[in-house]
Each structure stands twice: as structure tokens, then as C-alpha cells.
Design a protein around this ligand. Structure first.
Ligand code: ADP
Length: 429
């Protein structure tokens, strides 16, 4: 399509005025001719301007009005622009409708809201699960509809790596999992899933394990008592002594496993930490040190503790003791004779730092990610020899999760391992 330049417009004007100029000069009525031509010229332009106005504002037809010269060119330009916009709008509408259809098909509640909390859109499930009313709640702030303080804090934290579990705002018996994702520019996507049955199953499993462990404790104690009696009354019969020794070892292992299972289910099911309860870390670490030195002496190991006696944290002493003791005893168990174990408890910028370093066998990299899984053992037979159940590091992981902390493991085969964690500043007292 041709584009009109200033030069072309000038020539077009010349084409109108030149014959008039000649005619005017020849007849001697130059001014009159020029005036009439200018009036006609302006009227001609007004005519097409009016047509354009009618087309854009009155008829709104998709068909072009007939135009001439530069006006025809302008009409086609505007028409093409309209077509492009219409196409883009249709594409956008079909993307939005596909997104909405997809969101409606999801088994989860979906809410789109702006960074400041203003609700843009929600699907039908959000209306059932969260009690939103659509379209009445459009533009409402999400914190006015989900008022739980934990949700408000989660929203403001801007750290959405982990989901948040909350009781449903409209049904106390339901547990919902809230997950926020940054979406488009300055928008957020909230996905809410009903996890009541999963949490119930988890709870049932925990109760079952806790009950079974508890029930096993009594018969095991009775068994241990009888084994002790048998050991005392045993004659010099080698076969009998060996049998009693194996029985004793196996019941001791089973007792340890039951204890570990009970500790794990207690820590897993523990409520949030009590911020008023301060733990005497110095006394706790001295106790663990004494036990570790005694155990280490049997393997001629050097066990050293470097402890900041003034550094203490709040919370549940049982949980912190379990985490620390499991890491220290593992270091002793998985370090050969004459090895070295170093324990550090000190203040760092981010909080309270605990670290156990050993010169043991080390762990191959492919195992490291799995170590905190229940019953995961690198070498089951080796672990059995040390009396391990594969639950120790799982206990550590759960205890640390209550402190918003994670276990950090560094290890090199043949060189040794380092297990550490940091308890954040807000738990220090
Ligand atoms: P276990 O009761 O078997 O020790 P844990 O959960 O405490 O179970 O540890 C899991 C596995 O991690 C152990 O079986 C062992 O193979 C490995 N492990 C733990 N601590 C150490 C360590 N300090 N050095 C080498 N391996 C370790």
C-alpha cells in the first residue's frame, strides 16, 4: 500500500490549484477562482471527515466507507488496524477462556490475585472450599476473606517454597493446603487443596506406630527380665550361653528400635514449640559429652566438645537432645578405632550453629539425599552391627523442622563426615 509523503501531498494540491491558477490568469478572475476552489477543497475534505466520523461512531460497520485519494488511504489504514486489534483481542479472549476452562477442570481451588491482595479471579471450587462469592468478591482483598493470621503472614513473607496447612475458613473439620505462586507481572496464583484425608491417614499412621511401639515395650521388658534370670542361672554350657547372649542382643536391639519409633512419632506429632521454655544447652551438651567420651573410649577415639556455655535456645528439650545425641552417637558408631570426633556449638550470624565432624568412613554422594528417610541405611549389615535402626537421622530431620532448620551433610568417602545445622536467631534466648 502506498504511503503519502509531504512531497506527494504537495503535488496532489498542485494538481488541484495549477489548472485553477492558469484559468484564473487567462480569464482575469484569479482571486475568485482561488477562493471558490479553496472552499470546494475544504468542503470535499469535510465530507470525507464526516464519513469517517459516521463510520467510526455511528455505523460501526466492519465494511469500509467509500473514500477517495488520501482519505481512502486513511480509511484502509484504520480498517487494517481495527482488524489487527480484533484478531489480537480474540486470541487473548481464547487464551483467557482456555485458562479458565483449565482452572475449572482442576481438582483444586484457584484464585488469581494481585501482589497487594486484590482478587482478580477465582474458579468455582474456590467458592465451595473458601466460601468466596463470585463476582461479588472481585476486587476484594484476599486477607479480608481468608483472615487466618498464619495465612496473612505466609502471604506477606513472599517465601512460597513450602505450602501452608490450615483449617478451612468455612468448615472446621477440613484441612486445606495453601500454595502461592508468583504469576505474571505482580500477580499471584493461590492453589488450595483439600488434604483432610491425607492428614488423617498420616495421623492414623502416627498413632498406630506410637500405639504398637508402646504395646511392645511391656512384653520386651518382661523378656529382658527373663533373659537376665536365664543368664544368671546358666551353667557352663557353651551352647546355652551363646543362645542367651544372642537373645539378649536381639531384645536389646528391639528395645532400641521401639524407643526410636516412639521418639520419632512423639516428635512428628509434637505441636509448635513453646517459646517460653528455655533449654539449658550447656547442661544438655555436658551430659551428651560425658556419654560420648565414655563410648568413644571403648574405641580409643578422641572426642572433643567446643561449646559456648552462654548460648541457649527455647523449645522442647527432648527434641533438641534427640537431634544432638543421634548425630554425636552416629559419629562415634561410624568412625573406626583411634578416630577423632569434634563437636561445636557456637553463635554465628544466622543463629546457633551445631556441628559434628568425624574422621569416619564417610558416605558416598548418592546416599546423602536419602539419609534422613525412615529406615534408610547405607550399609544395613554394618548399621545392624552398630545397633542402628535407620531412624536416627529421620528423628533429627523432624526435630529440626520444628525450628525451621535443616540438616546439612557434607561427607567424603574415606575422609569423614560433617553433620551441621543452624537454629535461627528467633529461637535463641
Ligand atoms: P542408624 O540408626 O542406622 O544409624 P541413622 O538414620 O542414624 O540410622 O543413619 C542412617 C545411615 O546414615 C546410617 O545407616 C549410616 O549408614 C549413615 N550415617 C549416619 N551418620 C554417619 C556418619 N557420621 N558417618 C558415616 N555414615 C553415617
Amino acid at each position: 500500500m502506498k504511503v503519502y509523503t509531504w512531497k506527494q501531498l504537495f503535488w496532489a494540491m498542485c494538481l488541484v490549484y495549477f489548472p485553477v491558477l492558469i484559468l484564473g490568469l487567462l480569464t482575469g478572475f484569479l482571486l475568485e477562482f482561488l477562493l471558490v476552489t479553496t472552499v470546494l477543497h475544504i468542503a470535499w475534505h469535510y465530507y470525507f471527515l464526516k464519513k469517517l466520523n459516521d463510520w467510526l461512531w455511528i455505523s460501526k460497520s466492519t465494511r469500509l466507507p467509500p473514500g477517495k485519494s488520501v482519505w481512502e488511504h486513511a480509511y484502509i489504514g484504520i480498517h487494517n488496524m481495527q482488524q489487527r486489534h480484533r484478531k489480537r483481542r480474540n486470541n487473548l479472549a481464547s487464551v483467557i477462556s482456555r485458562f479458565r476452562e483449565g482452572s475449572e477442570a482442576l481438582p483444586d481451588a484457584v484464585v488469581v490475585f494481585k501482589k497487594d491482595g486484590e482478587i482478580v479471579w477465582c474458579n468455582r471450587l474456590a467458592q465451595f472450599q473458601l466460601g468466596f462469592k463470585w463476582p461479588d468478591d472481585a476486587g476484594e482483598n484476599i486477607t479480608n476473606l481468608i483472615r487466618h493470621p498464619d495465612f496473612v503472614e505466609y502471604l506477606r513473607s513472599d517465601a512460597y517454597n513450602e505450602p501452608l496447612d490450615l483449617v478451612s475458613p468455612i468448615n472446621n473439620e477440613k484441612v486445606l493446603e495453601f500454595r502461592i505462586m508468583p504469576y505474571a507481572k505482580n500477580q499471584r496464583l493461590l492453589i488450595v487443596r483439600d488434604v483432610t484425608s491425607y492428614r488423617q491417614m498420616d495421623e492414623n499412621r502416627r498413632h498406630f506406630v506410637a500405639n504398637v511401639s508402646h504395646e511392645l515395650r511391656t512384653p520386651l521388658t518382661v523378656l529382658q527380665g527373663y533373659i537376665e534370670m536365664l543368664a544368671m542361672s546358666a551353667q557352663d554350657d557353651k551352647m546355652q550361653l551363646k543362645t542367651i547372649q544372642v537373645l539378649d542382643q536381639q531384645t536389646a536391639r528391639m528395645c532400641a528400635l521401639v524407643e526410636q519409633l516412639m521418639t520419632l512419632s512423639k516428635i512428628e506429632g509434637a505441636a509448635t514449640l513453646d517459646f517460653h521454655e528455655s533449654i539449658n544447652m550447656s547442661a544438655l551438651l555436658t551430659q551428651v559429652e560425658n556419654e560420648a567420651v565414655t563410648l568413644g573410649r571403648k574405641k580409643s577415639q578422641t572426642v572433643t566438645f567446643k561449646v559456648d556455655p552462654k548460648l541457649s535456645v527455647v523449645g522442647d528439650e527432648m527434641q533438641v537432645r534427640s537431634a544432638i545425641a543421634n548425630l554425636v552417637y552416629n559419629a562415634i558408631n561410624y568412625t573406626p578405632e583411634h578416630g577423632t570426633i569434634k563437636v561445636i556449638w557456637k553463635r554465628v550470624q544466622e543463629g546457633a550453629y551445631f556441628c559434628v565432624m568425624d574422621t569416619g568412613d564417610g558416605i558416598a554422594p548418592e546416599h546423602i539425599l536419602h539419609l534422613t528417610e525412615r529406615f534408610y541405611r547405607v550399609d544395613a549389615s554394618r548399621s545392624r552391627d552398630t545397633g542402628g535402626s535407620g531412624l536416627g537421622l529421620s528423628i533429627v530431620k523432624h526435630a529440626l523442622s520444628h525450628y525451621d532448620s535443616k540438616l546439612h551433610i557434607e561427607s567424603h568417602v574415606g575422609e569423614g563426615s560433617q553433620f551441621s545445622f543452624i537454629i535461627p536467631d528467633n529461637y535463641i534466648c
